[in-house]
Ligand binder design. Structure first.
Ligand code: PXP
Length: 253
C-alpha cells in the first residue's frame, strides 16, 4: 500500500502569516526522507495555499512521483508542468475542502483527459464509490480513480470519536445510526474498489483518512494507494512531520 502525503496544509499555515515559514520544500524533502511514496498537492483556482511557484518547484525538485490535484478550469498549467499524475477534482470556491466526487458529465472532461493522456500524465479522477461513476471514469479514458472516502470518514467520526459532542458534529448524521452508516460506507468502498479493479482501473482512495480509521481502508486489497493530508499534518504538530509520516506508513503496511 503506497502513501501519498498531501502537504497542502503546510502552505495553509504559511499563508496564515504570509511569510515563507513553514517552507513547503522542507516539508516535501522531509516527507521523502520519512518514506512517503508520493507527494500530493492541490493547486486551487484561487491559489489560496499552494501556488504556481510551489507547484513548479515541487515538480522540478521532487525525487518521488508528484500527484497534482486540480479542477478542470486550471488544467493548462498541469499540461505545461506535466506531473507524474493529475487527479481531477471538483472545486467550489467557498468550500473548506473537496466535498464530493467529480461530476463526470462535465462537458470539459473528455478533452481535458485526452490532452493529459497525450502528454503522458497518469490521469486519475476523484469520484464517489459507485459503479456508474466507475464505468464513466473508464469510458472517459482515466487510468486511475481515487475513491472519495469522505462519507466513510464522517461516519467513523460520528461512531467512534467525541465529535458528536462538539461544535464539529456532522449534522447530516446526527439522527442516524452512525455505526450502521459506517458499515454501509465501508461496504460501498469495498464493492467499488473490486468493481473498478476488475474493469482495469488502478484504485486509490483518500479524504478524511486518519490514524484511527485508516486500517479499515488499508485492508481493501484492490486499493494500491492512499492520499492523506490533514491528519498527518495535524499530528506533526506534536510528533514532527517525519514521525507522523512513519506512524501512518506503519499503520497502512
Ligand atoms: N485526495 C483528494 C483528491 C483530496 O482533494 C484531498 C484533500 O485535498 C485528499 C486526498 C486529502 O484529504 P485529507 O486532507 O482529508 O487527508
Amino acid at each position: 500500500m503506497k502513501l501519498g502525503v498531501n502537504i497542502d496544509h503546510v502552505a495553509v499555515l504559511r499563508e496564515a502569516r504570509r511569510v515563507n515559514d513553514p517552507n513547503i520544500l522542507n516539508a516535501m524533502f522531509t516527507a521523502i526522507n520519512a518514506g512517503a511514496d508520493q507527494i500530493t498537492i492541490h493547486l486551487r483556482e484561487d491559489r489560496r495555499h499552494i501556488d504556481d511557484t510551489d507547484t513548479i518547484n515541487i515538480i522540478n525538485l521532487c525525487t518521488i512521483p508528484v500527484n497534482l490535484e486540480c479542477a478542470t478550469a486550471i488544467t493548462d498549467i498541469v499540461l505545461e508542468l506535466s506531473p507524474h499524475r493529475a487527479t481531477i477534482v471538483p472545486e467550489r470556491r467557498e468550500e473548506l475542502t473537496t466535498e464530493g466526487g467529480l461530476n463526470l458529465a462535465s462537458p470539459e472532461l473528455p478533452s481535458t483527459i485526452a490532452a493529459m493522456n497525450e502528454t503522458g500524465i497518469d490521469v486519475s479522477l476523484f469520484i464517489d464509490p459507485n459503479s456508474d461513476d466507475i464505468i464513466a471514469a473508464k469510458e472517459l479514458g482515466a487510468n486511475t480513480i481515487e475513491l472519495h472516502t469522505g462519507s466513510f470518514a464522517n461516519a467513523y467520526l460520528m461512531a467512534y470519536s467525541n465529535i458528536p459532542k462538539t461544535k464539529f458534529s456532522i449534522k447530516s448524521l446526527e439522527h442516524t445510526n452512525a455505526k450502521e452508516a459506517l458499515e454501509f460506507e465501508l461496504d460501498r468502498l469495498k464493492k467499488a474498489a473490486k468493481f473498478a479493479k476488475n474493469i482495469g482501473l488502478n484504485v486509490a482512495a483518500g479524504h478524511g483518512l486518519n490514524y484511527q480509521n485508516v486500517g479499515l481502508i488499508a485492508n481493501i486489497p484492490e486499493i494500491f494507494e492512499l492520499n492523506i493530508g490533514q491528519s498527518i499534518i495535524a499530528r506533526s504538530i506534536f510528533t514532527g512531520l517525519s514521525q507522523a509520516i512513519k506512524d501512518m506508513k506503519e499503520l497502512i503496511k
